[in-house]
Each structure stands twice: as structure tokens, then as C-alpha cells.
Design a binder for this molecule. Structure first.
Ligand code: BGC
Length: 356
């Protein structure tokens, strides 16, 4: 049987008599059940809990994403439970399912493996937990709610446009990102818009076209070493999909005394990439402002948790079985001419770090 609790409620009545306001204090007894009181208490204490599953922290950009989301979550008064999968889809699967068992309201998931992560989304759906695919698309699931990223084909187009502007004929090494990452396909697709016609016309000769497993710099280093050996060190340009792989490629070039002589792309505006641009061993990078992406993810997660409408949707991306409603932010090409304006003036990197 429920215990009935009695409380005294003080009500202040204000009424006017003959033009003068008069206050009268009335005490009234009100009864509430224990259950009613508990519900009221949990309502006020009930924080939104967001789960975040990241693929890695071995690259600077993913460290920034994590820090940004932690900061915005704290500012907005929501709880963020974070797991890092160390580039392992099995680990990501068990970590994400563990987050689900902790009663999260929304899951932000940046997959290590686009296809393998579909089972996490399906498990979340079973529990009524909406999923945001963060930066990388999760493919082959109808249950994905939203995709937040950059325009990744545009990233590739900026790289392809840049490299072909500087090297419109000559010998190319073409590197792509990890085959498990849907972004890698989109980056390459965009870059080839500019490169393929020059291959077709015979102006560009491709001496190597390879994916870099796991996005690992050491794999890029080995590939470029091999390509340089095959081509007798005659290489004019390297399409490197991000700053990590560009770093590996520059190391291979440096070992042959070629660093600075070969046009080479990148992506992520990492500090190491920016420093190489300034010293002239890397030609460009792509700036994707992860501060905006991270904040958008937390805000969107809160909207989803409250069942509110999602703001900022500007596209739909096909994940193989569904067009996923998407927010795609704009990427920018950065080289030595605009690095100060885009990366330093915006506060993304510090001048004293880049130029030392
Ligand atoms: C991201 C890039 C990153 C790469 C390797 C991609 O999915 O979009 O910013 O460099 O993964 O971590």
C-alpha cells in the first residue's frame, strides 16, 4: 500500500479591496504519493546521457573531435560516455553495445568499419536509441537516423583540383584511405574528377594506385618507398588522402632526398601537416573545422533525445539501403598562401606551434 504523504502548501492570495491591494496567507494541506514525489525529483535530475563511440585516438583530428564533444556536452549540461575502439571493429562493437546497456539516450558513432558498424545501429534501434553517424557513414542499415559530416566528395575535388593545377602532366602516385572507411571512397571519387581525364589523355602516368590499410602512415611510407623504387625516383605528384598518409609519403621522399620536390596533398589541418606546409615538404591540406562538427553532434543528439526537429539538414547520403538525412559541412583547401588566415586567425592552430 502506498503511504500518503501530507505536505503543507503555502499559497499567497492577492486581492484588492476598495482600491488597496491586500495579501492574505492561506495554508492548505495537499497530499502526494511517494511515487509522485519521486517522478518529480527524477524529472529535474534526469540528465540526457549521450554515448560516443570513436574509432581511434591515434590521429590528432580524432583527439580534437573527442575534446570538442566533451567540452560542448559539459557546457550544455548533458552526460557524455566515451569509448575509443583503437581501430578495431570487434572492440567497437562490444564497446558500443556496452554503452547501450548503460541506458544512453542517443549514440554518436564514428565507425572504424562502415559495414560492420551496421549491427551496432540495428541493436540501438531495437532499444529505441537513435544513432548519429559521425564523420564516417555507416552503410547497409535502414536504421540509421542521421549523418553528420563534411562534403567528402568536395574534399577529394579540392585535392584533385589542387594537384592537377600544379602538375597537369607527369608521374603520379595515387593513394587512397582505408578500404573499410566509406569516406576514403568519396575522397578518391572527388579527386579523380580532376585526375582521370588527364590519365585518359595520356598527360598523367600513374605509377602506383593503392589504398592505405587502416590509414596508417607506416603503410603509406612502405607503398611510396616501393613506388619510388619502381619508378627510379621519378615522381612528380602524390595524391595523399590525409595528413597522416602524407607524413608517411614525405618520410619516404626524404629518405631519397626528394622531400619538397614533389607536389603532395593532405587533409585534416593537423599540426604536423601545417608545419610541413610551412617548411615546403607538403603542398596543401584540407581544413575541416571539427569544432563545428563536434558541437553539431552534441546539439543534434540533444534534439534527438528530446524528440525535437533536427536543424541544419542540407542533404541526403545513400548508405546502400537508405538515403540518410545529412548535415554536410564545407571543407576548405589550405596551402602556404592562406594558412595564416584559415588555420591561425580562426584559432584552429597556434602561430607559435606552426612556425617553430
Ligand atoms: C576522416 C579523415 C581522417 C581519416 C583517418 C576519415 O574518415 O574523414 O579526417 O583523416 O578518416 O582517420
Amino acid at each position: 500500500m502506498k503511504r500518503i504523504l501530507s505536505m503543507l502548501v503555502v499559497i499567497v492570495l492577492v486581492f484588492s479591496m476598495g482600491g488597496c491591494a491586500k495579501e492574505e496567507v492561506v495554508t492548505k494541506e495537499e497530499t502526494k504519493t511517494e511515487e509522485e514525489i519521486k517522478t518529480e525529483e527524477t524529472k529535474t535530475e534526469d540528465k540526457i546521457v549521450i554515448g560516443l563511440s570513436l574509432p581511434t585516438q591515434s590521429e590528432e583530428r580524432w583527439v580534437r573531435d573527442k575534446e570538442r564533444m566533451e567540452q560542448v556536452a559539459a557546457d550544455m549540461g548533458v552526460e557524455l560516455l566515451v569509448q575509443v575502439a583503437n581501430d578495431d571493429s570487434g572492440q567497437q562493437d562490444s564497446q558500443a553495445k556496452n554503452l547501450l546497456s548503460q541506458g544512453i539516450d542517443v549514440l554518436i558513432l564514428a565507425p572504424h568499419d562502415a559495414t560492420a558498424a551496421a549491427s551496432i545501429v540495428d541493436a540501438a534501434h531495437e532499444e529505441g536509441v537513435p544513432v548519429i553517424s559521425y564523420d564516417r557513414l555507416i552503410t547497409n542499415t535502414e536504421n540509421l537516423d542521421i549523418y553528420l559530416s563534411f562534403d567528402n566528395v568536395k574534399v577529394g575535388e579540392l585535392q584533385g583540383e589542387y594537384i592537377t593545377n600544379l602538375v597537369s602532366k607527369g608521374k603520379y602516385i595515387i593513394l587512397a584511405g582505408a578500404p573499410t572507411d566509406n569516406n576514403a571512397k568519396l575522397f578518391k571519387q572527388g579527386a579523380m574528377v580532376y585526375i582521370q581525364p588527364l590519365i585518359d589523355s595520356g598527360a598523367i602516368e600513374v605509377i602506383m594506385d593503392q589504398a592505405v590499410d587502416g590509414w596508417k602512415p607506416e603503410n603509406a611510407l612502405k607503398l611510396v618507398e616501393n613506388a619510388l623504387t619502381m619508378a627510379g625516383n621519378e615522381v612528380d605528384a602524390i595524391l595523399a588522402p590525409n595528413d597522416g598518409t602524407a607524413g608517411g609519403a614525405v618520410e619516404a621522399l626524404a629518405a631519397q632526398g626528394l622531400a619538397g620536390n614533389v607536389i603532395i596533398t593532405g587533409q585534416d589541418a593537423s599540426l604536423a601537416g601545417a608545419k610541413r606546409i610551412v617548411e615546403g615538404t607538403q603542398s596543401m591540406t584540407i581544413f575541416k573545422d571539427t569544432r563545428i562538427l563536434g558541437a553539431a553532434a552534441i546539439e543534434t543528439a540533444i534534439n534527438l533525445a528530446k524528440g525535437e526537429e533536427i536543424v541544419g539538414l542540407n542533404g541526403g547520403v545513400d548508405n546502400g539501403v537508405k538515403i540518410v538525412p545529412s548535415v554536410l559541412l564545407t571543407p576548405f583547401a589550405v596551402d602556404k598562401d592562406n594558412i595564416d588566415e584559415l588555420l591561425i586567425d580562426s584559432g584552429y592552430l597556434r602561430k607559435e606551434d606552426v612556425y617553430n
